[in-house]
Design a protein around this ligand. Structure first.
Ligand SMILES: Cc1ncc(COP(=O)(O)O)c(C=O)c1O
Length: 439
């Protein structure tokens, strides 16, 4: 009889079914990653269900553990009580993940009418979806308005005028630029106005019949410092004072995304260890400072993306080939080519490395190799800043490889048919207690 995992189901991607039959390898470690965030309690994440799913998969797939995502969501809500969560859809636009988060009470940060429509398909009320993209055409704004969205991020007079025309009476958030310092992806130039612009932007919104509802910011994705939040929140305090002098009293503050993944490595292959509990402290203290200084009660929102899904998604890939050859200068070098890379799941490999596990080679001799994806493109390789990765010498084509903590931005950045490589099929496990689906 074939061993079965009963709660793994294919959710997106090519029609090819993921074979859940034969287990290559028994899931060994219940708590896959365990490290300290800032000298306090170690962060322990239970990855036993995800590992079991990886172990029985015989074809390549991205696997999401909905219960793991749910635990991460619950922890975040407990750390920041009273903060409304709007999941940043771009981090994982997978219906099952969105549906699970919606059932747990999350709303959504959407960046296009298409994302808004996908969010609505979860059954969430339009009031729990905001249009968080400051970049939008007239047509985009009108479509969002027709879909029921009434909250729009903005950062320019031109955009405010368009929102007033195509989404009359809506609420607007003015996004304040941050430096992005301390983050792997700063997001610092494309979005957000200087604090000094905010009174003009929200003053114009009010004059045009919009509600100058709030301020927003983003400290940069995979932010690694607590100070980034303290500094950014203090800049909001100054903006609130300037707005108050013009009689504008927003009542909502959107602190954006930026909270980090916990199980990834930097470009040199060293564990990235974010000071998570200090970050939560900085956010809580910052919220208190803003509340104490503001004339009306303030409500807070967060747009977590990466932090909720990164560590609860993993890829089951396989070895294309381990090769050895010489560089032009005569240096010998091994390359490990995987069946997944930058264009089908691992887009972020230029800024970070993922933990790789070779379940059929738990021991034996290890060698250095440069790790790369399957396409005929030289960008499709791990950053080599810190040198090669240690891999089993005996790896053979077809051997399974598990890529951990790659759940964020894996599906959204996947290209279609680059060199003929399709996006990986996507599956999820868990989430049944909430979905009521026990088929
Ligand atoms: C407006 C907005 N909010 C939230 C996020 C999510 O950021 P993160 O994944 O770093 O939490 C992003 C990502 O770029 C974003 O653009």
């Amino acid at each position: 009889m074939r061993p079965q995992i009963t709660d793994m189901h294919q959710i997106t991607g090519p029609r090819q079914a993921v074979d859940l039959g034969r287990a290559h390898h028994r899931a060994a470690t219940a708590f896959a990653h365990s490290h300290r965030t800032d000298g306090s309690l170690p962060v322990r994440q239970d990855h036993s269900a995800l590992r079991a799913a990886l172990a029985v998969a015989t074809e390549d797939a991205i696997v999401y553990d909905l219960d793991g995502i749910g635990r991460q969501y619950a922890t975040l809500c407990a750390e920041l009580p009273g903060v409304a969560m709007r999941f940043a859809m771009k981090a994982c636009p997978v219906d099952e993940v969105l549906g699970h988060l919606a059932r747990l009470g999350a709303g959504f940060d959407a960046a296009s009418p298409q994302e808004i429509a996908q969010a609505l398909r979860t059954g969430v009320a339009p009031g729990l979806i905001h249009y968080g993209n400051t970049v939008k055409s007239d047509r985009n704004i009108a479509a969002a308005y027709r879909l029921g969205v009434r909250d729009f991020a903005t950062d320019s007079l031109e955009d405010v005028v368009a929102v007033a025309e195509h989404a009359p009476g809506s609420r607007v958030f003015c996004r304040i630029a941050t430096t992005g310092e301390g983050a792997l992806w700063g997001l610092s130039r494309k979005f957000g106005c200087a604090p000094e612009d905010a009174p003009r932007v929200l003053g114009t919104a009010r004059a045009l019949g919009l509600v100058p509802s709030g301020l927003s910011l983003h400290v940069g994705s995979q932010q690694m410092t607590a100070e980034a939040w303290a500094v950014a929140i203090d800049s909001l305090a100054a903006v609130l004072r300037a707005l108050g002098r013009r009689g504008i009293t927003p009542d909502r503050i959107n602190l954006g995304g930026g909270l980090p993944a916990l199980g990834v490595l930097d470009r040199c292959g060293r564990p990235l260890v974010p000071p998570l509990s200090s970050m939560f402290t900085a956010i809580r203290e910052g919220m208190e400072r803003l509340r104490a200084a503001h004339a009306v009660p303030l409500h807070f929102l967060l747009e977590p993306g990466r932090h909720l899904v990164a560590d609860h998604g993993a890829i089951r890939a396989h070895v294309a080939r381990l090769t050895s050859r010489h560089r032009l200068d005569g240096t010998p070098e091994r390359w490990l080519y995987l069946s997944c890379g930058k264009f089908n799941g691992l887009y972020e490999i230029d800024q970070l490395q993922y933990r790789l596990e070779f379940p059929t080679h738990p021991g034996g001799q290890f060698v250095d190799a440069v790790v790369a994806g399957p396409t005929c493109d030289s960008d499709d390789a791990f950053a080599q800043a810190g040198g090669p990765v240690r891999v089993p010498r005996a790896l053979a084509s077809g051997d399974p490889v598990w890529v951990h903590s790659c759940g964020a931005y894996a599906t959204s950045y996947a290209t279609r048919g680059f060199n003929g490589f399709d996006p990986l099929p996507c599956t999820s496990i868990g989430g049944r207690a909430h979905s009521g689906d026990d088929a």
